[in-house]
Write a protein that binds this ligand. Structure first.
Ligand code: HEM
Length: 412
């Protein structure tokens, strides 16, 4: 199963998971279809498995024979020497819940899970609404604006700052758009310059979070930092885990939500009939957001590591090997969704794999979806004549894991 038929082989240069080819960034779905049809368990030239069909992706995300492992860290240590893992960027990433497994993972995840309950998330709607109203007021003062920069980006960063308990005067520090925080999650190794920049950014953010922890120790609140300080006092998490999991909220919850809003708006404005149907019946909004998340996922893939030697759909995977589970491809598999390439907000009972699965299922899934709902609702109400430029989308270059628009110019 790992050998490719010749027509898929023609696509392989466009799907090297370590090299985000511009053609792939523009339209990854063509390559995914080829992979699903001809090599659903494909072994890339780097020895990483690539899973693209719904059945296998869904199975490996949830099955206990697969963990997150340290993803490419172990391979990296083998290639570049164990010292690489002492670099701040990797030492920090290893403390994040997303890189942990089993009891260790549960210990850290349960220390923060309360903040992400549906009740907590729903209670944030008025706050999100007021942020969106303020952003739209500012955008209306301009003749044209960028939906990504002016509307989509600032909402998730304000929500995370609020959630973590960052004082409002410091929010601008976190409102610069940059995919830097997520770069270390890409399969391609960091260049020496990127490594230097990432380490510098991590050291700065550690300094800030250390300060925030001291502030919240003196003035506790109903926020994630105070919650983690309490978990530290009970011996449930270490100081390093507190800091790195606060940072995890920005890494996991910022670009992902920005791009969910952007990719969703793009899909809607590229399908005017669906946009009209939604605007004429806003009770469709939650299902429409689910369809946006399925159709063009902000996270295209998430890794798993085999814990044992195991056979999956004819592929012999060895213990310790990494599998890139392409959730965005699984979401377009017609064995799971009829006419899967069609954007259709009337789909019901749809469960896209965009938020992963199993014990690592995205902790912020509801939060991100509610943010997207509020963003869309406020945009439709306040900017009914919004005209975004959707003909030649400007995708963020250089990423295979995350998918989003660099900009979406518009007039209102
Ligand atoms: C709306 C867009 C979002 C998408 C598409 C998304 C997607 C994902 C994916 C694919 C994973 C990995 C799951 C796996 O491997 O099984 C994940 C994990 C995670 N996400 Fe999200 N996410 C989103 C929003 C958020 C938000 C808003 C937050 C928090 C502020 C967040 C926090 C996390 C955390 C903490 C994890 C790690 C969970 C764990 O390992 O237990 N995400 N997300």
């Amino acid at each position: 199963m790992s050998t490719l038929s010749s027509d898929v082989a023609a696509f392989v240069p466009a799907f090297d998971p370590l090299v985000p080819h511009p053609a792939h960034v523009r339209d990854p779905y063509r390559v995914y279809r080829q992979l699903r049809e001809h090599a659903p368990m494909y072994r890339s030239p780097h020895g990483v498995w690539v899973a693209s069909a719904h059945r296998e992706v869904s199975y490996m995300l949830k099955d206990a024979n697969f963990g997150r492992g340290y993803f490419y860290f172990e391979n990296m240590a083998e290639r570049l020497g164990p010292g690489i893992l002492d670099q701040p960027v990797y030492a920090s990433a290893r403390n994040m819940m997303v890189m942990k497994d089993g009891d260790d993972h549960l210990r850290v995840r349960s220390a923060v899970a309360r903040s992400f309950s549906l009740k907590r998330v729903e209670a944030l709607r008025p706050f999100m609404r007021s942020v969106m109203n303020r952003l739209i007021d500012d955008a209306l003062g301009k003749t044209s604006f960028d939906v990504m920069l002016d509307l989509a980006f600032p909402l998730p960063s304000a929500v995370i700052c609020h959630l973590i308990g960052i004082p409002e005067h410091d929010w601008p520090k976190f409102s610069q758009r940059s995919a830097n925080g997520s770069r270390a999650l890409e399969p391609a190794p960091l260049s020496p310059l990127e490594l230097f920049e990432q380490n510098k950014a991590i050291n700065e953010s550690h300094e800030y979070f250390q300060w925030l922890i001291e502030l919240r120790r003196r003035e506790p609140g109903d926020d994630l930092t105070s919650q983690l300080i309490a978990a530290e006092a009970e011996g449930k998490v270490t100081r390093a885990e507190t800091i790195d999991n606060l940072r995890m909220m920005f890494v996991g919850g910022q670009e992902t939500t920005v791009n969910t809003i952007g990719n969703g708006l793009l899909a809607l404005y590229q399908h005017p009939d669906q946009l009209r149907a939604l605007k004429s019946d806003m009770t469709l909004l939650p299902d429409a957001v689910t369809e946006m998340v399925r159709y063009d996922s902000a996270v295209q893939m998430t890794p798993r590591q085999a814990r044992v030697d195991i056979e999956v759909a004819g592929a012999s995977i060895k213990a310790g090997e990494t599998i890139l589970c392409i959730v965005a491809s699984a979401n377009r598999d017609s064995s799971a969704w009829p006419d899967a390439d069609r954007f259709d907000i009337s789909r019901r009972n749809s469960y896209p794999l965009s938020f992963g699965g199993g014990p690592h299922y995205c902790l912020g899934a509801q939060l991100g979806q509610v943010e997207t709902e509020v963003a869309l609702q406020t945009i439709f109400e306040r900017l009914p004549d919004l005209r975004p430029e959707v003909d030649n989308p400007r995708w963020l270059p250089g990423t295979v894991v995350f998918r989003g628009l660099q900009s979406l110019p518009a007039t209102a």
